[in-house]
Design a protein around this ligand. Structure first.
Ligand code: ZN
Length: 386
């Protein structure tokens, strides 16, 4: 059970330690005890332990529960199980994030090559159709390797310094010459001493182990322009993975996903809307006022008399705003006509009267000839131009 463990003791921090101190203590221990790095036989067990401690103490609510009840899940909760590394920050790409943090520059990283420039990172962001129409600013939390707070991203500890790697003379590459049956072959490999950086840090920062960057949960403001489409992305410079020891950071690429809308269907910049009316409205015509896609926008949809089922009514410039333009697409209203079913006797009588009247009118106009009509009589020309 988690309750029997003292998480503060495990991380070696005071009970009133702030979030930054806890994170720093965790990272220092994690660097030392990560199974990829440590040779200690019980490293994995200890690593799990600090993981668990950090997963509780880095979560405000769970920490409060733990302080009050001795249990991170509250008075009735069940003990905290081992929380996997990838769950701690809960974001995307944490495997990558941690492997580049713990793997690259670790104590026994050996000849593994190091990408010094930070990588670009990708993030998906869901927004509503209304937000896509109006444009919006979203605050997004994500995890990345950020410049280390303790050394300001230099990777150098308080009494440390950076020297040029003597093995590769600062080039980061070493050339080896091999004798093969085809003759001498020169191959270039990453310098095993400095891991390809060309520099050796003496007295590295303990928090980041000399990388100059640490895993960090951060927030970023994403400005989304009006008219954006699903699949389009916004690049935020320098907010991807931080580079090693102050090298250039990668970018954060936020890909927008516009959610389906209940009323409107988007096609390009046009919006489709289904308007349900009944047969009487279709016959005499009507005007409906519907809510547009922009806030407080009202759109009058004029249904002409004699409107047919499936007829499309185009309302100009009430579709989606066009990206980087003041233009807008159209609102295309598809009319669905239903036949009223629950008519009263009185209404049915009226409809019947109307039918009889229409029939006799049609007979007068001789459009429905009677069987015994005078055949010598010519049909009136009225209305028949062809
Ligand atoms: Zn540092």
């Amino acid at each position: 059970m988690a309750a029997s463990k003292d998480y503060y003791e495990i991380l070696g921090v005071e009970r009133d330690a702030d979030a930054k101190t806890i994170k720093r203590a965790f990272l220092k221990l994690a660097r030392k005890l990560h199974p990829d790095v440590s040779n200690e036989p019980d490293a994995e067990e200890k690593f799990k332990e600090i993981n668990e401690a950090y997963s509780v103490l880095s979560d405000e609510k769970r920490r409060a529960n733990y302080d009050q009840f001795g249990n991170p899940d509250g008075p009735t909760g069940f003990g905290g199980d081992y929380v996997d590394m990838s769950d701690i920050f809960g974001g995307f790409g944490m495997d990558d994030l941690f492997s580049s943090f713990f793997g690259g520059m670790g104590g026994n990283s050996g000849a593994r090559s190091v990408r010094t420039r930070g990588r670009d990172m990708g993030l998906n962001l869901h927004i509503s159709l209304e937000e896509a129409a109006a444009g919006c600013t979203k605050t997004v939390a994500y995890d990345r390797l950020a410049p280390c707070d303790d050394c300001g991203g230099t990777g150098v500890g308080e009494s440390g310094k950076v020297t040029t790697c003597s093995h590769c003379h600062g080039t980061g590459r070493v050339v080896t010459v091999q004798q093969t049956i085809l003759g001498q072959m020169q191959t270039q490999t990453t310098c095993p001493e400095c891991g390809g950086t060309g520099k050796i840090v003496e007295g590295a920062c303990e928090t980041c182990g000399g990388q100059g960057r640490t895993p960090s949960r951060e927030t970023v403001q994403v400005q989304i322009p009006a008219g954006i489409h699903s699949g389009q992305s916004i690049r935020i410079k320098g907010r991807g993975e931080a580079g090693v020891r102050g090298e250039a950071a990668g970018d954060l690429v936020v890909t927008i996903n516009v959610s389906e809308h209940e009323q409107f269907q988007r096609q390009g910049d046009d919006l489709y809307y289904v308007l349900a009316i009944d047969a009487f409205e279709a016959m005499v015509g009507t005007t409906y006022t519907i809510d547009g896609i922009l806030a407080n926008e009202k759109v009058d949809v004029v249904v002409p008399a004699g409107c047919q089922y499936g007829q499309r009514l185009v309302v100009s410039r009430y579709g989606m705003p066009r990206l980087h333009s003041s233009a807008r697409g159209n609102l295309i209203v598809a009319v669905e006509v239903s036949i009223p079913t629950a008519l009263t006797d009185e209404q049915l009588t009226l409809v019947h009267k109307l039918m009889v009247q229409r029939t006799s009118q049609a007979e007068k106009e001789n459009q429905i000839p009677k069987a015994k009509a005078d055949t010598k009589k010519k049909r009136p020309r009225k209305g028949h131009h062809k």
